[in-house]
Design a protein around this ligand. Structure first.
Ligand SMILES: Cc1cc2nc3c(=O)[nH]c(=O)nc-3n(C[C@H](O)[C@H](O)[C@H](O)COP(=O)(O)OP(=O)(O)OC[C@H]3O[C@@H](n4cnc5c(N)ncnc54)[C@H](O)[C@@H]3O)c2cc1C
Length: 511
């Protein structure tokens, strides 16, 4: 049992995105007399990447009482409507598919029968590219301005899209710090040298560089980034590596100017010889990086490829090293690790901040529900749910590499990697039918909401051919004839409306 009822001080190590979101959460969770203190080392600094959110970013901002307009202004944020995958199939210039924060087709697409969405399956069976049938896709296709995108999103459900944001990670940390401090969070700049635990393994204090006194604490949130001081360092919790299933383990980030007048409305994920390149468009610049497999390229080769692709003027930043995976437990006693301190897979699908916010939401839910008194088995459940969440991320990302590219050693080797058993099972199911809720519900247990849902899986599985068209046809065959006729009529209507811009101008989602 963990009793947080009468605590005096909660310490957060780290002033990155994870640290400040944690501090804001703790500030709301505990009474004003409980000190919430963030200790961060400016000499170490933040990782400075991680500039794309998922939809749960919006919920997290609302939960923390942060207005969207102010957030956009203070963090240099631009709309993010999803992801564009470029060159992951043929590598040709027109090889693109999209995973968008949206739903394709008219409103009746929500119709569900026999555990699946027949109209979506009908579209997959017909080889229709799902993203093209989202009314708001026209804005992405023409690379609309932020103002035009805002107007399109005002249409709400009729645009078929929801938005998250691309943001400047340094501005975000700075902004969250100002908000947290204005709400009473104590900010201390110092380097933590050591975590001091008692005989029962409970954290009691942190020792700071150059200080004689330690800082006592009752609760510790370890948001120390890749330094991983607490759960990984002092407490020595076991690491669960995904490197047998995912190859990428290095990244060279850089900044670049916008290649087109308006910031792109999607994160671009461009296939490269030894990995892929992210391009995250902010208002003032593009945050970019080449994430690669160290078994297939070294830093010099990667920098050369960046220069060849983007231009000789690009100045790469330091190389980041990581091993894909996470700690088996992230909450042990009175210590919880969040953000990079708890794990990291790779930047594909921008899962890290989304996972961190989901973890914080559940921490808050459990502590609040127990009135500050938490049973040990709830902490076990929390850790199990967190590990399942990571498994879902691993499996979803692994599917992205089930792509037809084979032109370099990297793309050949990644295709040959073993599949995680849970994804291998899903893959086998997808040869028979489209992804369903039942397939992914085990990735979100014990009150977690999950990050990717069946439609997210379909957005990637269909264009890659992981779900063959025949599989969609097979599940439609099981429907009564009236339902099949409804699917056929819908497909005819979609074809009449046409894709992309045509569709959005003629589509009537209220029909
Ligand atoms: C290559 C790459 C690309 C990524 N892309 C994305 C993306 O597109 N979307 C996404 O959601 N996420 C992405 N991430 C992850 C994202 O960067 C992080 O989830 C996010 O920035 C949160 O980081 P953090 O706060 O955990 O760590 P950091 O930002 O590194 O902060 C760590 C903090 O701990 C402090 N610290 C460390 N050691 C000490 C010490 N001894 N004493 C005191 N303070 C200390 C540091 O000074 C810093 O303040 C990416 C990560 C990488 C590596």
């Amino acid at each position: 049992m963990l009793n947080l009822r009468n605590i005096s001080r909660a310490v957060v190590i780290g002033g990155g995105t994870a640290g400040w979101f944690s501090a804001l959460t703790l500030r709301r969770l505990f009474a004003p007399q409980v000190e919430v203190r963030v200790i961060e080392s400016p000499a170490i600094g933040i990782v400075g990447v991680g500039e794309g959110g998922l939809l749960n970013l919006i919920d997290a901002l609302r939960r923390n009482g942060i207005g969207l307009n102010e957030f956009v202004r203070e963090t240099g944020a631009a709309f993010k409507l999803g992801f564009c995958y470029e060159g992951w199939r043929t590598g040709e210039d027109d090889d693109r598919y999209y995973h968008l924060f949206g739903r394709p087709g008219l409103q009746e697409i929500d119709w569900m029968e026999a555990g699946f969405h027949p109209l979506l399956s009908g579209m997959v069976h017909e080889g229709m590219e799902l993203h093209r049938y989202i009314p708001g896709f026209a804005s992405i296709a023409i690379n609309a301005s932020q103002q035009q995108a805002a107007a399109m999103l005002q249409l709400g459900a009729s645009s078929g899209l929801s938005a998250s944001f691309h943001f400047d990670s340094h501005k975000l940390a700075d902004y969250l710090r100002r908000v947290a401090v204005s709400r009473g969070v104590v900010h201390q700049q110092a380097r933590v040298e050591e975590l001091v635990c008692d005989a029962q393994g409970m954290a009691r204090a942190v020792r700071l560089e150059g200080a004689e006194e330690t800082v006592g604490l009752d609760l510790l949130v370890d948001a120390s980034g890749l330094a991983r001081l607490g759960i990984g360092g002092k407490l020595g919790v076991r690491w669960r590596s995904f490197s047998g299933y995912l190859l990428l383990d290095r990244a060279v980030p850089f900044h670049m100017p916008h290649p087109q007048p308006n910031p792109s409305l999607v994160t671009r994920a461009i296939a490269m010889p030894a990995g892929w390149m992210w391009q995250i468009p902010l208002v003032e610049r593009v945050g970019a990086g080449y994430v690669f497999s160290s078994a297939h390229a070294d830093e010099a080769q990667v920098v050369e490829e960046i220069h060849r692709r983007i231009g000789p003027g690009i100045e790469p930043m330091r190389t980041l090293r990581f091993e894909p995976g996470h700690f088996e437990q992230v909450w042990v006693g009175n210590v919880m690790a969040v953000g990079l301190a708890s794990g990291f897979v790779e930047p594909l699908e921008a899962t890290s901040i989304g996972q961190m916010l989901e973890q914080l939401r559940n921490f808050e839910r459990i502590v609040a529900a127990g009135d500050g008194v938490v049973a040990g088995h709830l902490i076990d459940d929390f850790n199990e749910a967190n590990a399942r969440c990571w498994s879902g991320i691993r499996d979803f990302l692994r599917m992205h590499y089930d792509c037809p590219r084979r032109d370099t050693a990297f793309w050949r080797d990644v295709a040959e990697l073993p599949l995680p058993p849970s994804y291998a099972e899903l893959w086998a199911c997808f040869q028979q039918r489209t992804p369903r809720m039942v397939d992914v519900q085990n990735y979100a247990i014990n009150g977690w909401q999950g990050i990717f849902h069946a439609l997210n899986w379909l957005f990637v599985a269909a264009p890659l051919g992981v779900v063959p068209r025949e599989a969609a046809a097979a599940e439609l065959q099981g429907l009564p004839s009236a339902s099949r006729a409804r699917v056929a009529a819908y497909i005819t209507r979609m074809r009449e409306l046409g894709a992309a811009g045509d569709f959005s101008s003629k589509g009537d989602r209220s029909a």
